[in-house]
Design a binder for this molecule. Sequence first.
Ligand SMILES: NC(=O)c1ccc[n+]([C@@H]2O[C@H](COP(=O)([O-])OP(=O)(O)OC[C@H]3O[C@@H](n4cnc5c(N)ncnc54)[C@H](OP(=O)(O)O)[C@@H]3O)[C@@H](O)[C@H]2O)c1
Length: 360
Amino acid sequence: MSETNERQYDILIWGVTGFTGTLVYEYFLEHGNEDLRVAVGGRNEEKIQKILDNYRDRYTQKVKKTGVFVCDSSDEKGLTEIVSKTLVVISTVGPFARYGEPIVAACANMGTDYCDITGELPWVNRMDRKYTEIAAKNKAHIVSMCGFDCIPSELGGLMVTKEIKDKYKLETRDLKATFFEYTFSPSGGTIETMFDVKLEKNIENDTYAYIERKKGIAGLFSMLKMFRVYYDRDFKRWQSVFPSAFVDIPVVLRTNHFNKYGSKFDYALTSSSKSIFGSIITTIAVIGFMTSIYIPIFGSIIRKLLPKPGEGPSLEQRVNGHLDFRLIGVSAPVSEKQPESSKKVYGRINISNDPGYLET
Ligand SMILES: NC(=O)c1ccc[n+]([C@@H]2O[C@H](COP(=O)([O-])OP(=O)(O)OC[C@H]3O[C@@H](n4cnc5c(N)ncnc54)[C@H](OP(=O)(O)O)[C@@H]3O)[C@@H](O)[C@H]2O)c1
């Protein structure tokens, strides 16, 4: 990151006209201190001005001081100029595989710190491969996945494995987490992105380079295992697949490669239900949704029923949303001769608002 006062703004919210971008701007208006130099950006000046007008009465001074940048996400020259005027970029312009690369490139080249809220793993890996070295040379940090993907898994994993290390001086062997109870609804941009991710064919990407993965038939079985319905005695609930698991699990395993939670570390992520029927319905819904992504005729019907880009959960839905995320870490045995001597650590992340749009 370059020196603070060399640049005109501290933070640029890129994609302020989107559902999530507007919420991010509102967060800074509400919580940012008076000295924070905030800028907003997007491709449509009229829409940006409407957002500012909406907040002008409530936060007159802060809105007056807000910098405005207008540029299309494909305009590399324009983006380079914009990011050179700020210390940090927060990007909410997605689907990221469609629109996200030029601003990452501009930040890496201009030494501007960057973070985003994507959950598009193949794209993140492509950016990692292309820009990490350039960013490091220019002292910029490129940090993706700072939203619901993968904050509960990453922070929960860090919390539990640290406790095992600090309290018992042991490695973690198994970590399992479950969305124990939750209510939240996706925005239109997230739905659009889920239908977009399939376009990114290169699934054999760098995240997996850090992970020992089963290949062939064994790999297929371990994938299918994620769709099983079973009762977990520790969580005392029925378990089924949770869609984020396909992103969060490889990301947490990658983090283990760098943070060294354990040499035989494994991570499982599921969704809990009180009854077996709840778990079966969740599994059918997830399989149905995933199938619709790949079968255009189903996809077009499902998309008609779901929020469109720019739309998302209402304020009432966001305030009434919640998440109870529970984790259990099991250490390596104290002695290899006594496999039952492992220690167990319980973790919990309790969020009392919508976890995707108010809290993460
Ligand atoms: N991980 C998480 O927890 C999480 C949570 C929320 C969202 N997300 C992700 O964040 C992304 C945004 O979601 P959302 O619901 O906020 O979407 P959205 O409402 O559709 O907003 C998309 C934004 O991108 C802008 N945009 C699109 N094309 C552009 C271009 N060519 N140049 C410049 N700007 C462009 C849009 O501008 P216009 O307004 O001018 O169209 C808008 O500001 C999605 O990929 C979603 O999956 C992740």
